[in-house]
Every structure is written in C-alpha cells, then in structure tokens.
Design a protein around this ligand. Sequence first.
Ligand SMILES: Nc1ncnc2c1ncn2[C@@H]1O[C@H](COP(=O)(O)OP(=O)(O)OP(=O)(O)O)[C@@H](O)[C@H]1O
Ligand SMILES: NC(=O)c1ccc[n+]([C@@H]2O[C@H](COP(=O)(O)O)[C@@H](O)[C@H]2O)c1
Length: 286
Amino acid sequence: MENMRRSAGDFTNPPNYSFPHHRLARVMRDPTKTPLVLVACGSFSPVTYLHLRMFEMAKDYVRQDTQFEIVGGYLSPVSDMYKKPGLLSAYHRVNMCNLAAEESATWLMVDPWEAFQSYQRTAVVLDHFDYEINTVLGGVHTEDGEHRNVHVMLLAGSDLISTMSEPGVWSHVDLDHILGRYGTFIVERAGSGMDQATDSLARWRNNIHMISQLIQNDVSSTKVRLFLRRGLSVRYLLPTVVVDYIEQHSLYQDEGPNSPSINLDKGKGKDLVSTKSPIPQPQSAS
Ligand SMILES: Nc1ncnc2c1ncn2[C@@H]1O[C@H](COP(=O)(O)OP(=O)(O)OP(=O)(O)O)[C@@H](O)[C@H]1O
Ligand SMILES: NC(=O)c1ccc[n+]([C@@H]2O[C@H](COP(=O)(O)O)[C@@H](O)[C@H]2O)c1
C-alpha cells in the first residue's frame, strides 16, 4: 500500500487548475544524485521571510549532507476549509505567496491545488505532487537523456513536526505515508525543540533530516498579523512586494471570525491558546 502510485481519478482538482512547473529543472546537473522537490505546506497567512528562508536552509543542507539534487520547491497554501485562526482567504494568500516566490529564489513556485478546494491532508498533498511531477510530467532527465523519478519531500518547521506526536492531529497511516514513503526536512523553530519533536517518530528517523537554525529568527505569521492590527510596521519581516500588497488591500486589519485573542509573547501565540484545527481523520492515505 505504501508504495502504490496514485492515478488521476484519486484526486479532485479545483476549477481551471493546472500544475505550475515553469521553474522546475527538467534536466539534472549531476546524474549520480537523486532529484528532489521540496514541498512546504502551511497557512502562509501571510508568507514571511522565514518561510522563504526554510527553502534556502534546506538547499544548503541538501548540498552538504545528502545525495539529493533539488530540482524545484513549492509553497502549498492550505485550503480555507482548514479554518485556522487568522487564515485569510486563499485568494489573497496564494497571491502573496506568488509575489514572494517570483521575486525570491529562481526555483520556488506556488501550487494553488489545495488552497482552492476542500481540505486535503498533507499525505494526499504529497501524493498530488508525486503524481503531477512523476506521472503527468514524466519526472526529469540527466544530461544524457536518462529518465529519473523525482523524490518529493515535506519541508516543515519543528513546531509542525511536534504536532505529529499530538493525539488526534495526524493518523498513523498518514504519518507512515508521509515519513515512510516521502520523508521530511525539519527546520528548527524557536520554542519547539528538535529532539522533543521527533522522539516519537524514531521509527522513520532515516527519512527525517533535522536542520538547525544557525541564525535565530522567530518571525511568525501570527506576530506579523498582530503587528498589522496594531498599526506597526512589518517591513523587512516579509518581502516588500507582500507588504505593499497587504497595504493596497488593507489586509489583516481585523482579527477575523476564527481568531482567538492572542498576546505578543516570545512564541507564536500558540502557547496561550490552541489554534490547531481539528483534522478530519482519514481511512487510508493510499
Ligand atoms: N520561524 C520559523 N522557523 C521555522 N519554521 C517555520 C517558521 N515559521 C514558519 N515555519 C514553518 O513554515 C510552515 C508553514 O507555517 P505556517 O504558514 O503555519 O506559518 P506560521 O508562521 O507558523 O503561521 P501562524 O503563525 O499563522 O501559525 C510550517 O512548517 C512551519 O513550521
Ligand atoms: N493530518 C494532516 O494531514 C495534518 C494535520 C495537521 C496539519 N497539517 C498541515 O500542516 C500545515 C500547517 O498547519 P499549521 O499551520 O496548523 O501548523 C497545513 O498545511 C495543514 O494541512 C496536516
């Protein structure tokens, strides 16, 4: 079951959807390596420099410590149905991610697939990338024309991985699918210990790569939203094009219907009130 590849009928697509691949490198530089696509799932409400920085940190780690070659990276904003506090409409979140990705790294893209439809579990999202890249596009090639399947991996902060030990948030079947079949790069996040995050995930440890933050940076979307509501500047915490977009559309002026009241503490605000949405539990991920 774990290695079964999905087919078109297994996925629901939003209207007029086409998979973005304009920045996906289709020819590998080093034929001895395994091609890799990084996928970051999250709210991105709004996208910050930390989200973009995660990809750069992973890129350094991949080059120095692994046999992978990155051929592309994706931000995959979650559906509005996730109903997380502070979640702005998918329309604006996807627009902001696109602006940020376009002006940042040349290998970053935004996939609106999960954003514009019903909530899709992360295991299904990774299957969608695997399907689009390997089945539909046919993977990538070496310079000699040899075909290679692309390995898809989840890129996440240590707070997200911590939730994998919280009861009721992830099903065991999904965890086995995500960590067993795909694997993950975990970026250290202030306030969310790396060891603690992965203790209960030991059986998949070969597929879990931990990336330490050598320059501490604890920007979070929660704090950015709070700053905006208080009329404080968020410039240099997120790309200028995103700051301009937020100003033009007067975004994040109100708390919004899902928002609990939060304080600007040292963490993300998550310690004070649970912001985790109940996740519909799957029958099976594959
Ligand atoms: N400062 C950070 N350090 C490490 N990882 C981060 C950081 N900020 C976000 N991430 C990671 O980015 C991914 C997307 O996160 P998300 O969009 O939920 O951002 P967030 O800042 O945690 O949002 P919110 O504050 O609204 O909860 C998650 O895997 C999260 O762990
Ligand atoms: N069971 C699951 O597939 C599951 C559970 C919790 C969060 N997630 C994903 O993690 C991402 C970030 O979630 P938070 O912003 O709540 O930390 C979202 O993309 C969400 O879909 C998936």
